[in-house]
Design a protein around this ligand. Structure first.
Ligand code: ADP
Length: 348
């Protein structure tokens, strides 16, 4: 009753308090001044004041406080009070409850929105910082090589060829970063429409293994299927995007693999899905880095990644592609032992 008092109750309590205080003062004053009032006199004063105070308090509460509450209610609820609510005698207490709840919800929602905006702002700042940092390195390199050529190296056949080759490598790097960023932004904005088809996943893995044979040969790494896990399965997915996924995993296993190492691919039946796993016996990933490897621009060893022509964007693209298929992606890794990256696909 006292938690959400009605205007009548508020007015009544205010009036009683005012009348009691007034009569008490009157009594004390009379005692000092020597006037003597009868009990009836005090009672009449008390009731007259009670009525006046009650009417005034009721008027103020109903017309002033309630109007303001209605205004707050309306602006928060963003809706007009219905005529039913207008005629409801309990509207005052109802509105107090509603306003209290709405203000809480509104504050909660605002806090969440502010938090999200802060995160987005932080993300945007980091993103721009990362992009410019990534682009800066090849741009500086190209600038350096071109100025060295202009400063005279162009006249030396051997130097000319060396600097032009280095500049070309850095242009390729720039192109690689920008095209990956374009893919990411398309994936994030949902502009890439998956071209879902039914195909044999083993066949696609075979194609990707063949495409990467030369790369693996340079480090004498053997690419093969895991014995017993090389069955054919028809899956429902975007073939070309899954090719990007497989290429990324296999190329990473070579980039971060040891010379004369081994990368094996396993395809496993999981009832409604198929699990594809790419396992290497390379450098592995320390535990504290594992949960970040799918983050944009994240590299465990920046030096090694750059030396291998990495941009830290590959796994982020891979994750987007698998998530667009509503499938899962995971990684297990132990430094010095190797890594296993896996993803699922829907069986056809
Ligand atoms: P990058 O272009 O740097 O290779 P990725 O997004 O493909 O970027 O990978 C992110 C980071 O995860 C890499 O820089 C590397 O540190 C780590 N990583 C990815 N694959 C492997 C792997 N097979 N073995 C060890 N580390 C890996």
């Amino acid at each position: 009753m006292f938690k959400n008092p009605s205007p009548t109750l508020v007015s009544f309590i205010t009036a009683i308090s005012a009348a009691v205080v007034f009569v008490l003062f009157q009594f004390l004053y009379n005692r000092f001044s020597g006037d003597v009032y009868s009990v009836l006199h005090y009672a009449v004063d008390f009731f007259v004041l009670l009525i006046i105070a009650y009417l005034s308090a009721y008027f103020i509460v109903k017309h002033f406080v309630r109007r303001r509450i209605k205004l707050i209610y309306k602006s928060i609820a963003k809706q007009k009070l219905t005529s039913l609510e207008k005629n409801n005698p309990e509207i005052y207490s109802d509105n107090i409850n509603k306003v209290e709840k709405l203000v809480e919800q509104w504050a909660d929602q605002n806090n969440r929105e502010i938090e999200t905006l802060r995160e987005l702002e932080e993300y945007r700042r980091n993103y721009i910082g990362n992009v410019s940092h990534e682009l800066m390195t090849p741009i500086f390199n190209i600038q350096g090589y071109i100025y060295t050529l202009l400063d005279g190296a162009v006249n030396d056949e051997e130097k000319k060829f060396y600097y032009l080759k280095r500049a070309a490598t850095n242009v390729d790097r720039l192109e690689n970063i920008v095209s990956k960023l374009e893919i990411i932004s398309k994936l994030e904005s949902g502009h890439i429409v998956l071209n879902i088809e039914i195909f044999d996943i083993k066949e696609l893995v075979n194609e990707v293994l063949h495409d990467n044979e030369m790369l693996a040969l340079r480090k004498s790494i053997i690419l093969s299927f895991k014995p017993g896990s090389d069955h054919s399965y028809l899956v429902k997915a975007d073939r070309e995007n899954i090719r990007i996924v497989l290429n990324n995993f296999i190329q990473n296993s070579i980039k971060y693999g040891h010379k004369t190492g081994k990368t094996s691919i396993g395809i496993y039946d999981m009832e409604t899905n198929v699990l594809v796993e790419i396992t290497d016996n390379g450098i592995g990933i320390p535990e504290e880095h594992i949960r970040h490897v799918f983050d944009r621009f994240y590299r465990v060893d920046k030096g090694r990644s750059r030396a291998e022509g990495g941009s830290g964007l590959g796994l982020s693209i891979v994750k987007h592609i698998i998530e667009a298929h509503h499938q899962t992606i995971n990684v297990r890794s132990t430094p010095g032992v190797g890594s296993t990256f896996g993803f699922t696909l829907e069986k056809a």
